[in-house]
Ligand binder design. Structure first.
Ligand SMILES: Cc1cc2nc3c(=O)[nH]c(=O)nc-3n(C[C@H](O)[C@H](O)[C@H](O)COP(=O)(O)O)c2cc1C
Length: 251
């Protein structure tokens, strides 16, 4: 079956994360075009509980690269965007009308979803110009360090960042990283994962072949083994206490 397509669908099918940049400048106009397009994203109840921090300063990018666990592409990016959940916006609205936000898990989630949607839109907008980008969730490993670096007030925390630049070489040359089979992640009418083991094993083989083609000799570089090992350990354990300190309530 041939699926219908158009330039937007083609762009989305050609998504790859880019971590290697040519160093050519990215104009302020182009960054603004990306951010302005992203700001058209849908937002829960029109609350717009997010902020985007645009970072150009080389020293700051270098420090953020360290805070993200030593991710060199952050320092090498032409521009780095930080997408923050921002419930301070609710306090700002409240103070105009003598109200205080009640907080709670849903308000925290609204802001995280808002920031995430804007971030994904920015990635698509950047890719539509031929720019390369990669999201950087690694910033959540040291949320206080990131907050200090970016001067974040109470009610604001960085959900993830994004390294952006012109790709060094053709980002599609290594091929597209295969995704889990649709049968596993797309359900019709009701959830069903009867064939999960078989589908995951099939994907393990596919992903292993992909990594081998790229010259990565990783014996168990398939999907399920590293996911199993890594998800067996709690990560970014500073995050929950930091969020509480920042005024996010999670109950
Ligand atoms: C929220 C989020 C955070 C991510 N954080 C990182 C990161 O810190 N470092 C990194 O190199 N890639 C990061 N990625 C990129 C993923 O590794 C990448 O999207 C995934 O491996 C699929 O590869 P592809 O995007 O090239 O298809 C992140 C992606 C998402 C959605």
């Amino acid at each position: 079956m041939t699926l219908p397509s158009n330039p937007t669908i083609d762009l989305m099918h050609n998504h790859v994360s880019v971590r290697s940049f040519s160093g050519e400048p990215v104009s302020d106009e182009m960054v603004e075009a990306v951010v302005e397009a992203a700001r058209r994203s849908p937002t829960s109840s029109n609350w717009q509980t997010y902020s985007v921090i645009v970072i150009r300063d080389a020293e700051r990018k270098r420090r953020l690269a360290q805070l993200a666990g030593g991710q060199d592409h952050v320092a090498e990016s032409q521009v780095f965007l930080a997408f923050a959940a921002d419930i301070r916006r609710l306090s700002q609205a409240g103070s105009l009308h003598g109200e205080t936000p009640a907080g709670g898990l849903n308000q925290a989630m609204v802001s995280i979803v808002d920031a995430t949607i804007v971030g994904q839109s920015a990635q698509i907008a950047a890719e539509s110009f031929g720019l390369g980008a990669v999201m950087v969730g690694g910033l959540r490993r040291d949320p206080q360090g990131v907050a200090d670096e970016l001067g974040l007030p109470e009610g604001v925390f960085v959900v993830f960042g994004m390294s952006i630049g012109w790709p060094a070489g053709d980002p599609l040359a290594p091929g597209l990283k295969p995704r889990l089979p649709a049968e596993l992640v797309v359900h019709h009418e009701q959830y069903s994962d009867d064939d999960a083991d078989e589908l995951i094993e099939r994907y393990d083989e596919e992903l292993k072949a992909f990594y081998e083609r790229r010259g990565r000799n990783l014996a168990d570089a398939a999907w399920s083994a590293p996911v199993a090992t890594r998800s067996a350990v709690r990560s970014y354990t500073d995050l929950a206490p930091f969020l509480l300190k920042q005024g996010f309530t999670l109950d």
